[in-house]
Every structure is written in structure tokens, then in C-alpha cells.
Design a protein around this ligand. Structure first.
Ligand code: NAP
Length: 307
């Protein structure tokens, strides 16, 4: 039997690189191959590649400050990419489409935590990444609508915050990547402390990007078409994550200082993983300590080679 042709948008990003290690035969795209915010680019991509399966990872993704400064860019780029990719998938009779959302799509506040998949429309996303959250929420609406109207069997996965060795470690990085970099710099220059944004009190679920990649692959291999949250059970305060990271990077001597003039972001956004656990009963996500430790050891080597 002929193998399905799998195309991964956002293949040059963090999750794309994790996926490539376990699904090397798929086609991994970057923005250099096709600009997916343009209808011409999306139409050309489907015309050239004729995929059977699309794993849609491409997104305009960034840290909290960039989200606050460029809300229009985050909204427009993500809405355009998502809308065009799903609609053209349907027109080209793509058999399977997996859209990757984010727990930022959930309401800023709800009555009961962790949030299950069905509270999605119970309130607006948090103000700090309102545009990004709303744009990604629209992808869920669009996929559900496409399935209803056209009988497709497309799905979306909603992961919590991610980290890993393929994350961005420079400007505009996410929390765990920025934390590891700060710890590394403080160790290298014999500083006594690291300074983190906000108060340290918000709670977060963090998953290694390899774990999300495994779930995506298993959905394909095991014929799973449900849409569900993908997260770990560890819902930990920013301060506790920083302490775990200090231990994981052998830097427990460093003190942590919080700069509360900087924004905290949403206080909590933990999602329920009951649906995911009922599908993949044996799935065991990487513990934060081990994930940060392995990420740091890979990066330390790379950073040493750069010097
Ligand atoms: P990432 O590292 O920022 O990579 C983004 C990818 O999208 C890159 O491959 C980039 O290509 C591509 N892209 C951006 N604009 C594009 C455009 N106009 N046309 C074509 N491609 C474009 O993202 P990630 O962290 O791997 O995230 C993957 C998915 O998971 C995203 O949908 C994101 O929303 C979701 N997610 C991420 C997190 C997280 O913490 N990172 C958490 C929850 C959900 P270039 O390399 O060429 O720029």
C-alpha cells in the first residue's frame, strides 16, 4: 500500500524539529518554502505537494512583551494562515488535518480548574495575548465547522506551554528557554542571582516538545481523530519552576529575584488531560526536572562549541 504523504507546516520550528526526529519521512516546511499568510502561497503549496495529511504547526508565536506590542500582527498572521490552510485542505480533499492550538485560547478566568475542552467559549482569552489566543481559538471553530458542514474528520490538539532544546534562546523567547539562558549566563559570569519577570506566583503547565510530537505521531499511527488538550499534570508556580530549573542546571546556589514591574500574564490556565489520558492510557510525559536537565545538557554542549 502506498504511504500517506505527510506535510508539516512550521517544520523548522521547535515542535517541527521534535517531530522530524520520529517522523523523518514527512515533508517539513518553513516560511522560506511558502508564505502561508498569503493565499497564493497556500494555494501553491497544496498544488505542488498534494498532501494526504497536513500537520499544521506554523504560527506567529512569541513571548508576552511581543504579544503586547504587536497584537495586530499576531492576530492577522495566525487567522490568515489557519483559515487558508484548513479551507484549501478541504478543497484539495486532504484526508487528515491536525491543527495545533495552545492553551492560550482558553478563557482568562473560569469557575473550575483544570479547564476541560468544553469550557472553551465561556469567556475571552487573557488580555496579555488576547489577539494570539483569539486567532488560535478561531482555528478550533473553523475545524469544527468544516467537519460539520463538509463531513471532514479534521482534528486539533491544544498543548500547554512547551520547551525543549529547539526553542528560541535569544530575543522574544518563552519562559523556560529564557530561564535556562539566564541560569547559564549567571553560572558563566559567577553572578549570585537571576532576575525573572513578574511576581513568580502564576501557575503553569510545561511540556517538552518531544512529548507533543509523540502524541501527534500516535494520533496518526493509532487512527485517533479526537480533539483534546495535551499537557502534563504538573501545574507549578513560576517560582517553583525556577527552583526546579536551578536544580536541573546544577545551580541551586543562585538566588531568584522577581521584577514585579514586568507583567505576570494570566494567573492560571491549567487544562484537564482526562480526555488525553482516556485515549493514551500509557502516556507518561517527561517530568519538568528531567526535561530541563536534558535540554540544558544539550544546549551547554552547543553553547560551548559556539565560544
Ligand atoms: P516556532 O518554533 O515559533 O515555529 C514557528 C514555525 O512557523 C516556523 O517553522 C516558522 O517558519 C513557521 N512560520 C511562521 N510564519 C510563517 C509564515 N508566514 N509562513 C510559513 N510558515 C511560517 O513554533 P513552535 O513553538 O514550534 O510551535 C508550534 C505550534 O505549537 C504553533 O502552532 C504554536 O502556536 C503551538 N504552541 C506552541 C507553544 C510553545 O510554547 N512554543 C505552546 C502551545 C502551542 P520559519 O522558521 O521559516 O520562521
Amino acid at each position: 500500500m502506498e504511504e500517506n504523504k505527510i506535510v508539516v507546516t512550521g517544520g523548522s520550528g521547535m515542535v517541527g524539529k521534535s517531530l522530524k526526529k520520529i517522523m523523518p519521512n514527512a515533508i517539513y516546511l518553513s516560511s522560506k518554502d511558502y508564505n502561508l499568510t498569503s493565499e497564493k502561497g497556500v494555494a501553491q503549496m497544496y498544488h505542488d505537494l498534494k498532501p494526504d495529511v497536513v500537520i499544521h504547526l506554523a504560527a506567529k508565536v512569541g513571548g508576552i512583551i511581543d504579544n503586547i506590542n504587536k497584537p495586530s500582527t499576531y492576530f492577522t498572521d495566525n487567522v490568515l494562515m489557519n483559515t487558508l490552510l484548513v479551507d484549501y485542505a478541504r478543497i484539495h480533499n486532504v484526508k487528515r488535518f491536525i491543527g495545533i492550538l495552545s492553551t492560550c485560547i482558553y478563557p482568562d478566568k473560569v469557575d473550575t480548574y483544570p479547564m476541560s475542552e468544553d469550557v472553551l467559549h465561556q469567556g475571552p482569552p487573557t488580555p496579555t495575548n488576547f489577539s494570539y489566543g483569539y486567532a488560535k481559538r478561531c482555528l478550533a471553530v473553523q475545524i469544527d465547522a468544516c467537519n460539520k458542514e463538509y463531513g471532514t474528520n479534521y482534528q486539533y490538539l491544544t498543548p500547554c506551554n512547551l520547551y525543549g532544546e529547539y526553542d528560541k534562546f535569544g530575543e522574544n523567547s518563552h519562559f523556560v528557554a529564557a530561564l535556562i539562558k539566564k541560569i547559564h549566563q549567571a553560572k558563566s559570569t559567577n553572578e549570585e542571582k537571576i532576575t525573572l519577570f513578574g511576581t513568580g506566583t502564576p501557575l503553569r503547565q510545561f511540556m517538552h516538545s518531544n512529548d507533543l510530537a509523540n502524541i501527534i505521531k500516535r494520533c496518526i499511527d493509532e487512527d485517533i481523530y479526537d480533539s483534546f488538550n495535551v499537557a502534563t499534570e504538573q501545574n507549578v508556580s513560576i517560582e517553583d519552576i525556577a527552583r526546579i530549573a536551578l536544580r536541573a542546571c546544577d545551580a541551586s546556589n543562585l538566588k531568584i529575584e522577581f521584577d514585579d514591574s514586568k507583567p505576570d500574564g494570566q494567573f492560571r490556565k491549567d487544562v484537564s488531560i482526562e480526555r488525553m489520558k482516556s485515549i493514551f492510557e500509557d502516556f507518561k510525559p517527561t517530568k519538568l526536572f528531567h526535561g530541563i536537565r536534558s535540554t540544558y545538557s544539550i544546549l551547554q554542549l552547543a553553547w560551548k562549541l559556539e565560544v
